[in-house]
Design a protein around this ligand. Structure first.
Ligand code: NAI
Ligand code: MG
Length: 352
């Protein structure tokens, strides 16, 4: 089997951790002997934008559409406004390929110290609606620069968009041992789109009698994540809410440098995109100290998606042995370099 993967390292530490991730995937392919990866690199980045005026060249998305998956680093530069880099590259791909289900697992890996007491009980999957809602790009500004200037940011929630993400979340919950799903909205203060979210959730729930459901307002769920982490399993929330909750989840489970995410087009009409949750981290870029574990865990999610379950399990086992061994990068309190961690994972895979 050959898996064709488009690689977009992007900016900053994206370049470092994706390079490390490719090495690890190559080691897994070599070990298994029955599949291989054909990587094609795309230089779509802020550097390209600053030189050529665009992140994605003409016809770029059509080119990407032929791949089995996309392995993405991070985008963001001090020389480009964040809303430009995000919309012109990452969101252009997510929305262009209708990757409406963003999946963000969180748990504390062995040996990783969380600042949260009871963090070992974190075992969550946050499902983020990834195609509409607060990030639908609608709104505008009038009277620019004037004292009575107004900016609007319109959230759009469609019944179809809500129903498909809830169905996806229920299926995810059903596939997990605890089979619990928590609905998160803010339907007390926001009385249109959020109320529709709630209503559709309870309609879809009828098709999943085995799943135990409950609901929480987004502000309240933050306290529950911190104070009663064991009561949550799968959480479904809107684009904005889940964006925030998943960063909190990543921090509670040890470091932003560990957490992975998948942007899925579950129908597989288009390729899905896999990326570590962190950004380009200009504060540490170029120093060789970025934690590559997030991009490895991301690679494990991509392998699973591509049907390489054994390789995915091998990789997760190697990651857990590594974190348990105490070899950790600076963000986790250690002094290992990106290349040390990568070499250790590759050696573990070879030895398995
Ligand atoms: P960030 O995730 O890049 O960094 C936040 C903090 O976590 C920094 O102190 C950084 O050093 C640390 N950190 C992140 N990943 C790490 C890793 N793998 N190993 C060790 N430490 C790590 O978020 P920030 O600083 O808010 O944003 C920087 C740029 O990245 C901005 O331009 C932002 O728009 C962009 N960004 C892009 C994302 C994406 O492409 N998906 C996601 C988040 C931010
Ligand atoms: Mg975020």
């Amino acid at each position: 089997r050959t898996h064709k993967v488009a690689v977009i390292p992007g900016d900053g530490i994206g370049l470092e951790v994706i390079e490390a991730g490719k090495q690890v995937i190559e080691a897994l392919a070599k070990k298994s002997g029955d599949f291989n990866f054909e990587f094609e690199d795309f230089d779509w980045s802020s550097k390209r934008y600053l030189e050529q005026g665009e992140y994605i060249p003409e016809g770029g998305l059509a080119k990407l559409a032929k791949f089995d998956a996309i392995y993405f680093g991070a985008v963001g530069s001090q020389d480009v406004p964040d809303h430009v880099s995000l919309w012109d590259l990452r969101l252009a791909i997510c929305q262009g390929f209708d990757q409406y289900a963003n999946v963000r697992p969180a748990r504390v890996l062995p040996g990783v110290k969380s600042r949260l007491e009871g963090a070992d009980k974190i075992d969550w999957v946050i499902i983020r609606e990834n195609s509409e809602g607060e990030y639908s790009g609608n709104g505008g500004r009038v009277h620019q620069g004037l004292p009575d200037e107004i900016g609007t940011e319109l959230s759009i929630f469609s019944r179809k968009g809500i129903e498909r993400i809830h169905r996806f979340a229920f299926e995810m919950a059903q596939s997990r041992p605890r089979k619990k799903l928590t609905l998160v909205t803010k339907s007390n203060a926001q009385r249109h789109g959020m109320v529709l979210w709630d209503e559709v959730f309870f309609e879809v729930a009828k098709d999943f009698p085995e799943v135990e459901i409950d609901r929480e307002l987004v502000d309240a769920v933050t306290t529950r994540m911190v104070l009663k982490p064991e009561t949550l399993d799968v959480v479904v929330a809107t684009n904005l809410h889940a964006d925030i909750l998943s960063d909190l989840a990543a921090a509670l489970s040890g470091s932003l440098g560990i957490a992975p995410t998948a942007n899925l087009n579950p129908e597989r009409s288009f390729p899905s995109m896999f990326e570590p949750i962190h950004g380009s981290a200009f504060d540490i870029a170029g120093q060789g100290i970025a934690n590559p574990v997030g991009s490895f865990w991301t690679a494990a999610m991509m392998l699973e998606y591509l049907g390489e379950n054994t390789a995915a399990e091998r990789l997760m086992a190697a990651i857990e042995r590594l974190t348990e061994s105490g070899m950790q990068t600076k963000d986790l309190g250690g002094d290992a370099m990106t290349r040390d961690v990568t070499a250790a994972i590759c050696a573990d895979i070879e030895a398995q």
